[in-house]
Design a binder for this molecule. Structure first.
Ligand code: G6P
Length: 477
């Protein structure tokens, strides 16, 4: 089946997960992320196609349709997974782009594999895109695709969006392949970042490392093309989350959760991918010290920490898991009582309904990454607090802190600072939490993921000097 699409999304992952049912058969299930729901209407209006990896190493799969979306699975071999995904993407780029919170590794074989997998994604996009179509490439795993694709298909309008932070020059320069990556991205007409700081880092690097002329957010290429680099902070399906949070099932479940926790006065909550950038260890230590110092007791409060399994074959993620297991064990061993652990820890992933119930059950949401592109959990919590209640403790180093100014903002490296913010949130009056929550809700109600997608696609339509067709806005109703 060869389908010719006017809008092509290229991302490392497909928006569906393969699940194995009890009878051994498999089926596709829509991934919970907001990206799919944001792009769904515009994909439909433009007969869009999504190219991505379905996970695993199951070999070639035919393109298929899922609930009206055209999906093109890209298969990865075991070596691709080890060198492109676990290696270059998550062992080199991920730590470099996140303030070297962990030590990045540089291996030439990983880079070679990154180039070859990017080339395959670019070839697939070139194959399925209609003449003068729009192709939107996503994230750090595919930074070479824009330029590779432009060489194959100069008629296309190409956008790139980086979901994670773009690092400062001092860190980016460590990359032995820094110039190739900058040139890869410059194949796009519009390069989007979470924050203005990331866009500025990119423009400065292009000027200094590649030697192109720049003016504000524009880069002038010798071949006459213009590339724009700008910030488009991502968001969530705010209305969708609120609706879910208001549903009877979720409200019931939230009550159940609080009861199962022994109806403490206050429930603290952390929900993160189990990743060293998220600051889980330091946050739990800060909380344990508050108990030790006697500010409150395990009968008064409990910390629920959900850590979603992630990248489990990468060494640094395994080490982190062991460290957290040990810390939680020690804290509960030292401070817990029968029926009242200090920390209720779960290493698992939950469906959206359960997440919404947890957000509803929590009085204080704790989001303290060392570095995070945006952090959608913080926004989801705010979306679910339609009662204007609940406190958010948020790291200054999460992109979300740019918009959610009324959170209790903390420096995650400062344990005493975190302790005092957690305590303030614990002691805050209803009036105080309401004032802050109301302001934050205003922000995310107007700036949801649909507005984000529209903003980027409009920016892309106006960017560059190509004559490609415009993307049609979604049909009304
Ligand atoms: C971050 C990245 C995404 C990635 C996700 C999950 O949000 O920006 O590109 O898909 O983490 O990580 P995984 O390695 O499981 O795809």
């Amino acid at each position: 089946m060869s389908h010719s699409a006017n809008l092509v999304i290229v991302a490392n992952r497909l928006p569906v997960d393969r699940v194995t049912l009890d009878d051994g058969t498999t089926e596709w299930r829509r991934s919970p992320g907001g990206l799919v729901s944001a792009l769904d209407p515009v994909m439909r209006a433009n007969d869009g196609t999504w190219i991505g990896w379905p996970g695993g190493t199951d070999g070639d799969m035919e393109p298929f349709e899922d609930d009206g979306l055209h999906l093109v699975p890209m298969s990865l071999t075991q070596d691709d997974v080890e060198e492109f995904y676990e290696g270059m993407s998550n062992g080199t780029l991920w730590p470099i782009y996140h303030d070297v919170v962990a030590k990045p590794e540089f291996h030439r074989e990983w880079w070679d594999r990154y180039v070859s997998v990017n080339q395959r994604f670019a070839e697939k996009a070139a194959e399925v895109a209609a003449r003068e179509a729009t192709v939107w490439v996503h994230d750090y795993q595919l930074q070479l695709v824009p330029q590779m694709l432009r060489e194959l298909r100069p008629d296309l309008r190409i956008g790139f969006y980086l979901h994670i932070p773009f690092p400062p020059q001092e860190l980016f320069q460590q990359l032995p392949w820094r110039r190739q990556i900058l040139e890869g991205l410059l194949g796009a007409d519009l390069v989007g970042f979470q924050l203005a700081g990331g866009a500025a880092n990119f423009v400065r690097l292009v000027r200094q490392r590649v030697g192109h002329k720049t003016h504000r957010d524009l880069i002038y290429l010798p071949d006459g093309r213009t590339v724009r680099a700008a910030a488009f902070p991502i968001s969530i399906d705010t209305a969708g989350f609120e609706e879910l949070a208001r549903s009877e099932g979720v409200q019931e479940r939230a009550k159940e959760i609080r009861e199962a926790l022994g109806n403490p006065r206050k429930v603290f909550l952390g929900i993160d991918r189990l990743d060293y950038t998220k600051g889980i260890y330091a946050r739990l230590r800060a909380y344990a010290e508050l108990l030790q110092d006697g500010h409150f007791d395990v009968e008064d409060a409990v910390f629920v920490q959900v850590a979603t399994p992630s990248r489990e074959r990468v060494e640094q993620y395994r080490i982190l898991r062991d460290e957290i297991d040990r810390l939680v064990g020690r804290i509960n061993g030292d401070l817990g009582r029968i029926g009242s652990p200090a920390i209720s820890y779960m290493h698992s992933s939950f469906p959206r309904e359960e997440m919404a119930a947890l957000y509803r059950a929590a009085d204080i949401m704790v989001v303290t990454p060392y570095r995070d592109g945006m952090n959608l959990v913080a926004k989801e919590y705010v979306a679910c607090r339609y009662d204007d209640q609940g406190a958010l403790v948020l790291s200054e180093f999460a992109g979300a802190s740019d918009e959610l100014r009324q959170a209790w903002l903390v420096n995650p490296y400062d344990i005493n600072g975190m302790k005092s913010a957690l305590l303030q949130a614990y002691r805050a009056t209803e009036r105080e939490t309401t004032r802050r929550m109301r302001a934050m809700r205003k922000t995310i109600i107007t700036h949801d993921v649909a507005a984000w997608a529209r903003g980027f696609l409009e920016g892309l339509a106006g960017a560059g000097s190509s004559h490609a067709k415009q993307v049609r806005p979604p049909r009304k109703g």
